[in-house]
Design a protein around this ligand. Structure first.
Ligand code: SF4
Length: 115
C-alpha cells in the first residue's frame, strides 16, 4: 500500500510518497529517499526519556537510545524504562541498560550528574 509521510531528517519537511516497490518521490535529496524506504519497511525513532536517580542535586536523569528504536516497540520500551534508576555520579554516554528488548540498542545517560 502506498505510504504518504513527511521527511523528518531536516526542517524542510518534504512530503514523501513511497510506492509499493519502495520508489520514493517528493524528496529533495537522497536522505529523504533513504528515510522514505526506512519508514515504509522498518520505521524507527530516536527516543529520549528520564529515569530516577539517587543524587543530592536532582531527582531525574535524562536518557536516550543509542540508535533510532523500532517504532512499534516504543510503548514496550517506555514500560521497560519505568523501573530503571541510577546512582550519581553518572556520565554522558554511560549505558544504563544494554540490548533493550533484544534490539541491540542501549539506553544511555544524556548528562553528567556528579553527585
Ligand atoms: S528530503 Fe532532504 S531536503 Fe527534504 S526534508 Fe528530507 S532531508 Fe530535508
Amino acid at each position: 500500500m502506498k505510504l504518504q509521510t513527511t521527511c523528518i531528517i531536516c526542517p524542510r519537511g518534504c512530503r514523501l510518497t513511497v510506492e509499493d516497490d519502495l520508489t520514493v518521490s517528493g524528496n529533495s535529496c537522497p536522505r529523504g529517499e533513504r528515510y522514505g524506504r526506512q519508514e515504509a519497511t522498518d520505521p524507527r525513532r530516536s527516543v529520549s526519556s528520564t529515569i530516577r536517580i539517587d543524587s543530592t542535586l536532582v531527582k531525574m536523569c535524562p536518557v536516550h537510545t543509542s540508535a533510532p528504536f523500532p517504532k512499534a516497540k516504543i510503548p514496550a520500551l517506555m514500560e521497560a524504562i519505568k523501573p530503571l534508576s541510577a546512582k550519581a555520579p553518572v556520565h554522558m554516554g554511560e549505558a544504563v541498560c544494554q540490548n533493550l528488548l533484544g534490539t541491540g540498542i542501549d539506553l544511555l545517560i544524556s548528562e553528567d550528574i556528579e553527585r
